[in-house]
Design a protein around this ligand. Structure first.
Ligand code: ADP
Ligand code: MG
Length: 686
């Protein structure tokens, strides 16, 4: 008898070879298989009489093969099988490309259901490569059909057959680990119904019911997992920092900290002196001065002889942090080093040695700082900038590096409270809800591309006044999709920069920067920009996070419709960092109402949290989960469909359950599922 852990190889039609390909989709056993959810669905329930087929529309027809199929060999690599089928209303001509074997599949007089897009004229109806099956079979026609994300060597048919068998094989194993009362209270269907209908929905309603249950389950498990993670971290001993006076640190700063910054710093100091590992998120809008909070924590740890690692999501940012922090901290006796992919072998060896010996106190770099080859003498604090790219699994594995270091994460992503609780459920939060004094509102305009000339003139005027500008270049997308991930950023950026330089600003200094450049090249461009040697920096979103050039006063964003509101806000946050009046121009030719509304939000407010709330309202959290930037364990269904109410309910239910049964002692199946998902070791949940 098969169960969840049965290898997919044992499924009929899947051998060694296909099992290997399925591995690429993350499918190894039956549990993986049945948890491989469709990307979307195709409604193939509409049957039509051939005479009623409308060109361009897809439909099923039930028809009889009218004559023997003809195979013609057009040229090398092009075979056609043609046949005519009829129903009581009319005839339909079918053409199949390069499937010569079909000649022997169809026989005169046999009845099939064909599904495809109708073509041709009123008098001569046609279909090309329609799907077919024997009438009554109802597997690929006549129903709502799942469409799975594929990889080379796996077809929809193969997958849906495999899933079908997988579901049948482990039906008995699909016991419900959601507590019965939770299920009833939230009107959730049984897990078996959910799996069946998420793959092979009986109708739309069944699909909605199935999804709702699976999303709830996923978020419920997520909340439980994060809470248990938090408790686990709270139960281990942390490295106690001496409760040192922060005054010397404050005195070394070139400016007075805001009240919010001080509050966050004091939160950290308290955590670090508590004898438990700190798990703190510092959340503050772009420009709110989070870096200084990190600096304070590093200094605080250093006073107790502890080393720190500060991780940024990109090399550029790591360098920038280094250039900001090193002068300040070195002045306070904290020795700092930068360690990135660009660090030369010799320098790298030295840094590694000094980290191991304890001669260095702070290492600044990317995630590589936590790789096994980087050894610390006494790592006491890990700071990560831009938290959402530092996953839960990484947070969970922190303990492995040194003796449960304190963790400080900084995020500029203003996440609405409900969502934040969901994602940062294992962290305490300090909010920096105040900007340093003297910041001016960034004036934001949303226009279409007919304004280009005027905008370029405006850029020129500001550059003449000594300012600099960012231009986020248009997306060149392939495959006719607007998915920015498919954009060839290198091509887009260099082409646009070239056009600007040659045709618009021949007398100004225009430079491109993009993610495909070598770290060294990127660094050179970024440095030139921050030193004022470049007037206009053309980029993709590599500048999205954190880069600080106070003299930059304009952010021009092309194809603004391609970005989420929060992302636009992040981009805008690159300007208005100095004393100069700053502007953001959003260019979009998408005149749709939704886009207009979104961009209007940007022009109305500078408040990141308000923007995030709007974004959530307009697009729903599914979009956020789908962005894969959250660092959560991979969410399968919440990605697809999720609403705020459901998120709220699932979280509340999880918290109620934990309040009653904190260790999930009475919910064994649930407990092991959570442990499995979070890859918490055996001891972790005790
Ligand atoms: P973010 O929160 O986006 O990381 P940063 O830490 O980069 O913000 O700070 C943005 C800019 O504000 C930096 O140039 C920093 O030196 C400056 N800054 C930070 N705190 C203050 C303050 N209290 N007063 C004045 N300027 C500050
Ligand atoms: Mg920052």
């Amino acid at each position: 008898m098969a169960d969840f852990s049965t290898d997919v190889r044992y499924i009929k039609g899947i051998g060694e070879q296909r099992a290997k390909v399925l591995q690429k989709l993350g499918i190894a056993n039956l549990r993986d298989l049945i948890s491989y959810f469709p990307r979307t669905y195709e409604d193939r329930r509409a049957y039509k009489r051939i005479a009623d087929l409308v060109a361009g529309e897809s439909a099923c027809v039930r028809a009889v093969v009218a004559d023997e199929p003809r195979l013609s060999h057009v040229r090398k690599g092009l075979d056609l099988v043609k046949l005519r089928v009829v129903d009581e209303s009319a005839a339909l001509d079918l053409t199949y490309f390069n499937q010569a074997y079909l000649k022997n599949t169809f026989h005169t007089g046999e009845e099939y259901v064909f599904y495809g897009r109708a073509e041709g004229t009123l008098l001569r109806k046609q279909m090309t490569n329609p799907l077919f099956e024997r009438a009554g079979e109802n597997r690929v026609t006549g129903r709502i059909v799942p469409i799975y994300p594929l990889t080379a060597g796996v077809s929809q048919t193969l997958l849906s057959h495999a899933v079908r068998q997988g579901l049948d094989a482990c039906a008995d194993d699909l016991t419900d680990f959601l507590p019965e009362d939770v299920r009833q209270a939230h009107r959730l269907c049984h897990v078996r119904y959910a799996y069946e209908n998420v793959h092979f929905p009986a109708d739309e309603e069944a699909l909605a019911v199935a999804r709702r249950r699976l999303v709830f389950e996923e978020l419920f498990l997520l909340t439980l997992g994060l809470r248990l993670l938090r408790e686990r971290r709270a139960a281990v001993a942390g490295q106690r920092c001496e409760n040192t006076d922060l005054a010397p640190f404050y005195a070394a700063l070139p400016f007075a900290l805001t009240r919010a910054q001080k509050r966050a710093i004091e939160d950290c100091a308290r955590d670090m002196a508590s004898g438990r590992p700190m798990n703190r998120l510092v959340q503050g809008d772009v420009g709110s001065g989070k870096t200084m909070v990190a600096a304070a924590a590093v200094w605080f740890a250093a006073q107790s002889g502890l080393q720190s690692a500060l991780m940024a999501p990109t090399e550029i940012l790591a360098e920038q942090h280094y250039h900001t922090l090193a002068p300040l901290l070195e002045g306070l006796g904290v020795r700092c080093a930068l360690l990135t992919a660009a660090t030369k072998a010799k320098a790298r060896r030295e840094v590694l040695e000094q980290l191991q010996s304890g001669a260095l106190t702070l290492a600044i770099g990317t995630h590589a700082l936590l790789s096994p080859d980087v050894q610390y003498q006494k790592l006491g604090l890990v700071v990560t900038d831009e938290q959402h790219r530092f996953g839960v699994d990484q947070r969970a594995s922190l303990g492995a590096k040194g003796d449960d270091p304190h963790l400080l994460v900084m995020s500029a992503t203003p996440i609405p409270r409900t969502l934040a609780l969901m994602i940062y459920g294992d962290l305490d939060v300090s909010l920096i809800d105040e900007l340093p004094p003297g910041r001016q509102k960034i004036d934001t305009f949303a226009v279409n591309s007919s304004y280009h000339a005027r905008i370029y003139a405006f850029l020129r005027k500001l550059v003449a006044e000594g300012r600099q500008a960012y231009v986020v270049c248009p997306m060149v997308t392939e495959n006719d999709t607007s998915d920015v991930r498919f954009a060839d950023e290198r091509k887009a950026v260099t082409a646009y920069a070239e056009t600007l330089q040659k045709e618009v600003f021949p007398d100004l200094r225009v430079a491109p920067i993009h993610g495909k450049m070598k770290p060294k090249e990127k660094d050179a461009v970024m440095r030139a920009f921050s030193e004022g040697d470049v007037d206009i920096l053309v980029s993709t979103t590599v500048i999205e996070v954190g880069v600080d050039v106070p003299n930059a006063a304009v952010m021009l964003i092309e194809n603004a419709e391609c970005f989420g509101l929060s992302q636009l806000h992040q981009l805008r946050g690159r300007v208005g960092r100095g004393a100069h009046k700053s502007y953001c121009v959003l260019i979009s030719d998408n005149a749709g109402e939704e886009n207009r509304q979104r961009l209007a939000v940007m022009t109305r407010t500078n408040d990141g949290f308000a923007i995030a709330e709007e974004d959530l309202k307009l697009r729903g959290p599914g979009d956020f989960f789908g962005s894969r930037q959250h660092g959560l364990p991979s969410l399968r269904v919440a990605d697809l469909s999720c609403d705020m109410a459901l998120m709220h309910d699932s979280r509340a239910a999880a918290e109620r359950l934990l309040a009653a049964d904190g260790a999930l002692a009475a919910h064994g199946a649930l407990r092991s599922r959570v442990a499995e998902l979070f890859e918490l070791g055996a001891g972790a949940m005790n």
